[in-house]
Design a protein around this ligand. Structure first.
Ligand SMILES: Nc1nc2c(ncn2[C@@H]2O[C@H](COP(=O)(O)OP(=O)(O)O)[C@@H](O)[C@H]2O)c(=O)[nH]1
Ligand SMILES: [Mg+2]
Length: 438
């Protein structure tokens, strides 16, 4: 049997800093601590101030704190140690070199600490993804959701679904095993009810407008309008920087320019698009095509028109319930139709009101997002497949053997979400998204 290697990595961001943390996990942890510090009297989770020395030359690498977390009460469930040293490039390089030279030690791969935590049942896949999201979180809503997921709120939902499916399966299998027993009608009716309930719970999540997924990825806000309507100027005004080129020359913006913004604590992706017009230029024409495609997928569209020119019918036609109509260049005068906002990026008037209107839309889109559990396309895909099997299982007059088979497949698919049924390629895809040291 090959012994599990002991892995190590810089757990803090690389670069100069006050403190750097190097983490180790695996069977050689205590031996390594002894080799580096000469000490063997480690108390669980007690920080010890020590000189960290080169094991052969005894030259001091740095002085710092060392902590020991005995298995299984550690992040990975294995023997773990942390070394808190000065965040110096030279110190870190020397320590990592020394560790690499120790027998049985090697640098961790991306996400390998978390992968080991999963293998040792410290967390399931959905919780591990929550941890990845927490590290990626930039807005407060992302942080709150990631913490909920990391602490098992989404996992409980999936575990409950799987448990209910397995219970129904057990019931059906009992009947299959005892074919001579008379099945009371009421029991079958209960069974059908519980399948219905299961399917409804999944259906409610699938029917959600993707709020939890948008918390991770950002709500899309697309700016649309004719050339020179002032779209790029507005994007820059909202972003507070010159992200897009502003020009009197029509057709300047061709590709889509994205700016990530925090609106009321929620992540949004603001997109500037090519002006909508008939074009002889094939690149611009492609830009217009992309603009319209993005607008169809957008959560919110800002429909802009030059207030001095009025709202063209072709632009008004793009407005839907997710749109905000905006007359631009208010400093030049013009008439604003009812229901539209009016602003000028040159004087700044009306920009605050637009931001307030956007905030209100964003907050209302996300309200109740904590009832929404699907945070990733991976979860949605598996849940959709599971739902298809459950719906087939509910077909009238389906032989019980086939009902059981559909239920088994449904439960299996739900199990894949949390990793109750783990497939190696799925694990690779998930843990490779982590940084080294996590
Ligand atoms: N007077 C005035 N001109 C503006 C305003 N916003 C944009 N413009 C001008 O309108 C022209 C087109 O602006 P731009 O943002 O590039 O429009 P886009 O083609 O829709 O992206 C530029 O010359 C801008 O300086 C505004 O609020 N007031
Ligand atoms: Mg533009």
């Amino acid at each position: 049997m090959t012994q599990q290697s002991t892995i190590f990595a810089l757990a803090t961001a690389p670069g100069k800093a006050g403190v750097a943390v190097v983490r180790l996990s695996g069977p050689q942890v205590l031996a390594t601590l002894a080799a580096l510090t000469g000490r063997t009297d480690w108390q669980p989770r007690m920080a010890v101030y020590a000189a960290i020395r080169h094991p052969h030359t005894q030259a001091i690498i740095d002085r710092g704190l060392a902590l020991y977390f005995p298995a299984p009460h550690s992040f990975t469930g294995e023997e773990v140690a942390e070394l808190h040293l000065h965040g110096s490039l030279a110190v870190i390089r020397e320590l990592l070199d020394v560790l690499a030279g120790q027998p049985g030690l090697r640098l961790a791969e991306r996400g390998e600490f978390t992968r080991r935590a999963f293998i040792n049942s410290k967390m399931d896949l959905v919780e591990a993804e929550g941890l990845a999201d927490l590290i990626e979180a930039e807005t407060s809503a992302q942080k709150t959701q990631a913490l909920r997921q990391m602490q098992g709120q989404m996992s409980r939902f999936y575990d409950d679904l799987r448990g209910r499916a397995l219970q129904s399966l057990a019931l059906i299998e009992a009947y299959i095993d005892f074919p001579d027993e008379e099945i009371p009608e009421s029991v079958l009716a209960d069974f059908r009810d519980s399948l219905q309930g299961l399917s409804d719970a999944i259906g409610a999540q699938l029917a959600d407008s993707g709020r939890a997924q948008r918390v991770r990825e950002g709500l899309s806000v697309v700016i649309l309008g004719e050339p020179n309507a002032g779209k790029s100027s507005l994007l820059n005004a909202l972003a507070g920087r010159e992200a897009a080129i502003v020009s009197q020359q029509a057709g300047t913006t061709r590709d889509i320019i994205e700016v990530h913004m925090d609106i009321a604590g929620y992540p949004t992706v603001l997109m500037d698009t090519a002006g909508l017009r008939e074009s002889v230029d094939s690149i611009e024409e492609e830009g217009v095509k992309r603009a319209l495609a993005r607008a169809r997928e957008a959560d919110i569209t800002l429909i802009l028109f030059d207030g001095t020119q009025g709202l063209p019918d072709s632009v008004a036609a793009l407005a839907g319930e997710h749109s905000i109509l905006v007359a631009t260049k208010a400093d030049l005068g013009g008439v604003v139709p009812a229901g539209a906002l009016s602003l000028s990026t040159h004087t700044g008037e009306g920009v605050e009101a637009l931001v307030a209107a956007l905030e209100a839309r964003v907050v209302s889109f996300f309200s109740g997002a904590e009832q929404s559990f699907i945070t990733r396309a991976r979860h949605r895909g598996l849940l959709q497949e599971a739902q298809q099997h459950l719906q087939r299982a509910r077909a009238e007059h389906l032989p019980l053997e086939l009902v059981a088979e559909e239920l088994r497949r449904g439960a299996l698919l739900v199990g894949k979400i949390t990793g109750k049924i783990a497939v190696d390629d799925v694990l690779g895809a998930i843990f490779s998204q982590f940084c080294i040291g996590k």
